[in-house]
Write a protein that binds this ligand. Structure first.
Ligand code: BGC
Length: 747
């Protein structure tokens, strides 16, 4: 038999086998495993290695393009996946090459950073986390998957589950903030939204839990920097969201760029083999972050790229994003007996399983259908959903003397570099979002509520230059208006990857402009609308303004959503998922700190030789969980079903919440506990539940939570356990409260 006849015979037997089983797209995992084994029995080592390689497409004015090197790899069957290539047309064209022109016709996998929307962009993730609305977040991920899958994508590199406690780190914008419980809930929501019920549907995509692990704890908030932490913090704070992702059925994981306790994540057997696979039973595939295998060399962990490839494959890393090390060295490593071929088989198998789950062997073009794209992108209901999310994610940080809501009859001086902005409003990592036409600016949103004559607009200044020439006009308009509304903040490049800042104030001379307006128009209320990707130091602005609305980067329909809040069409309900410090010197600052041996006395926070600062209070400017409404909520009658529970009991906790103000509105009731004594010390407060409720004005509702010993567990250095003893408990609308109730866990 010559080579071609031999190949044909093999392929034919595989196809017969495969097609015979292809009548049902919702294939069982066992079916899939058998098909993968059958396919792999036909594959050469080069073809198997090919499945472990991913390269990026490039971008041209005409759309995505693929370099000639990558084209060659593709045609040789030496490319398993591509990133940064989308559009129904282009993905179909490349897929056709993979299917028709390679020996085994294995389809390509197309991945992309669909982080907070694909075309219809939702608020940045930190913003959307402020909604504390997991259904809405799940819905946004569903919409993103609908849109992305209609343009040929099979896989998103999201959600990012890194706990973020340091606002200097630009990537806090991509996560769900500082809290473990909230991040766990949001992780589950994103994964359910992206992956849906059935991955073999044409509108569901693989999700990717990233970056495993500890990336958010980079020293000094500097991106890619070193991470050192004990197993206590690792297991109690940084790992749980990833465990929640595994429990939610996430299909893929991405490595982190950082080292952790001296071992770079991309070569870290302890986290990828011992924890992820052996302890948690994860059986999807692991992709590296961009060029992360090569980076083992500058990390000082590998002698050269060949050594780096050896370390990574041994650590259980399946797919090489962009480093080229697997391509160049895996086969050589086998020949030199440095690695077993089983490691390559395992990686290849896991990647192929995902391709089967997506149904790509049934129909490789199912995601690349032009008509579906036309009927899916920017559907009116998607834009409407993004508007609602923008409103739900805007946090009212302060609102003195009811400066907000605005009335439709007042004249406003609308000032600031972000008033008419469409470029920044969709934030960083905005996938295929439109930074020009499609985004709705704050100006457009406000215009939909006010007559032109009632809007006096001046840009005032830029985001980040020292040009004061616009101050004069801004001041003169401010004097004529009833209220001054400012739209200021960061540009979108100031957060996201490689965007750490040592100064977290509003950039440029924007604050100087606020000062000038305060001075020249002293009797006018100033309302500051902010767009930014991290907690800012707003101490000065807090003292200069009457109201502050934190809108983050609110997305494609952001202008409408924010205007809905400004005019009271939506009563703000968002709560901070991350603490806002008083100054950079307090960073990292978060609500669930440890008490220390020298906590500050409440009645004398400045007492000497206590754990405090000599030049600042310990407290933040705006705490985690904080966010105002146009109405007020009163919490009363917290009731516990018992003051003692055993390990298998359920504690019922309820509280009455009354809307005592003049607007209907939503409230996020937050349940906190404090484990008073532990075999390792426990945080002073820990969020353990939340519920978002709607109350008409005057209405009262009872909110109930259930708590079991499962909720009280923590890693004590040896195991996860709930330890007997006293727990304080509270339900509140913010993390800034004092405990009044307690119960005991008995064993
Ligand atoms: C980022 C990842 C991202 C990847 C692919 C990296 O630089 O750290 O979060 O998914 O690029 O774009």
């Amino acid at each position: 038999m010559n080579k071609d006849t031999f190949t044909f015979a093999l392929l034919f037997s595989f196809l017969i086998f495969s097609c015979a089983k292809n009548t049902n797209t919702n294939q069982s995992n066992n079916d899939i495993y058998t098909k993968v084994d059958s396919l792999m029995s036909l594959m050469t080592i080069k073809e198997k290695i090919g499945q472990t390689i991913m390269y990026s497409g490039d971008w041209d004015v005409t759309g995505p393009v693929v370099s000639s090197n990558n084209m060659t790899l593709l045609k040789n069957g030496s490319l398993g996946a591509m990133l940064n290539v989308y559009s129904a047309k282009k993905t179909k064209e490349l897929q056709k090459i993979a299917v028709d022109e390679t020996r085994l016709g294995i389809p390509l996998l197309f991945g992309y950073d669909v982080i907070h929307g694909f075309r219809t962009i939702f608020p940045i993730n930190l913003g959307h986390a402020s909604s504390w609305d997991v259904e809405d977040i799940e819905n946004s991920a569903r919409i993103a998957a609908e849109e992305a899958s209609s343009e040929g994508l099979h896989w998103t590199f999201a959600p990012m589950l890194d706990i973020g406690r340091d606002p200097r780190w630009g990537r806090v914008s991509e996560g769900a903030g500082e809290d473990v419980f909230l991040t766990n809930e949001i992780a589950t929501a994103y994964i359910k939204g992206f992956q849906g019920q059935d991955l073999s549907m044409h509108n569901t995509i693989l999700a990717c839990a990233k970056h495993f692990v500890g990336y958010g704890a980079a020293q000094a908030g500097r991106d890619y920097h070193t991470v050192n932490m004990g197993e206590d913090e690792l297991r109690n704070v940084y790992l749980p969201p990833f465990k929640a992702a595994v429990d939610a059925g996430v299909e893929t994981f991405m490595t982190a760029f950082n080292e952790i306790n001296g071992v770079p994540a991309t070569g870290n057997k302890f986290i990828f083999r011992d924890i992820l696979r052996d302890e948690w039973g994860f059986n999807g595939f692991v992709v590296t972050d961009y060029t992360a295998i090569n980076e083992l060399v500058p990390h000082g962990f590998a002698e050269n790229e060949m050594h780096a490839a050896e370390i990574a494959i041994k650590a259980g890393i399946d797919l090489d994003m962009m480093s080229g090390a697997y391509k160049s060295y895996l086969e050589k490593l086998v020949h030199e007996n440095k690695i077993s071929v089983d490691l390559i088989n395992d990686a290849c198998r896991r990647i192929l399983i995902s391709k089967f789950k997506l149904g790509l062997f049934d129909d490789p073009y199912r995601y690349s259908v032009e008509e579906r794209k036309i009927n899916t992108i920017y559907k009116p209901e998607f834009l409407e959903a993004a508007r609602k999310s923008a409103a739900m994610s805007s946090v009212l940080l302060k609102n003195n003397d009811d400066a907000l809501p605005l009335s439709k009859t007042e004249t406003i001086a609308l000032i600031g570099p972000l008033v008419k902005d469409k470029e920044n409003i969709i934030g960083n990592w905005a996938a295929a979002g439109d930074r020009k036409g499609k985004a709705i600016s704050i100006f457009q949103g406000i215009k939909s509520y006010l007559n032109d004559a009632n809007i006096l607009y001046a840009k005032g200044c830029d985001i980040n230059t020292n040009n004061k020439s616009g101050f004069k006009k801004a001041i003169s308009l401010a004097k004529k208006a009833d209220k001054i509304v400012l739209v200021m903040g960061e540009n979108y490049h100031m957060s996201g990857e490689a965007a750490s800042r040592t100064n977290i104030k509003i950039p440029g001379i924007q604050t100087e402009l606020i000062k000038a307006l305060r001075k020249e128009a002293p009797s006018k209320q100033i309302i500051l609308i902010l767009m930014n990707g991290r907690p800012l130091d707003l101490s000065e602005e807090d003292s200069l303004t009457d109201a502050i609305l934190e809108t983050w980067f609110p997305g494609t329909s952001g202008g409408y959503g924010v205007a809905d809040v400004l005019f009271g069409e939506y009563n703000p309900s968002a709560k901070l998922p991350i603490t806002f410090p008083r100054s950079i010197g307090q960073v990292p600052i978060y609500y669930n700190v440890k008490n220390t041996g020298r906590p500050i006395p409440l009645d004398n926070p400045k007492e000497d030789y206590k754990s405090n600062y000599i030049d600042s209070p310990n407290t933040p400017l705006y705490p985690f969980g904080h966010g105002l409404s146009y109405t007020n909520f009163e919490y009363s009658d917290i009731t516990l079903s018992s003051n003692k529970i055993g390990v298998s009991d359920t504690l019922l906790v309820s509280v009455n919440i009354k809307n005592t103000g003049n607007y209907d509105g939503h409230e996020v009731a937050q349940l906190y506990i404090h484990d008073k004594v532990g075999s390792i010390t426990r945080p002073v407060k820990e969020l353990k539940g939340f519920e978002k409720i709607f109350l008409k004005k005057g209405e009262i509702k009872t909110v109930k939570f259930k708590l079991t010993s499962e909720d009280l567990k923590f890693f004590n250095g040896i195991e996860f356990t709930a330890e007997a003893g006293e727990f304080e408990i509270a339900i509140s609308g913010t993390s800034d409260f004092s405990f009044m109730n307690s119960f005991e866990l008995i064993r």
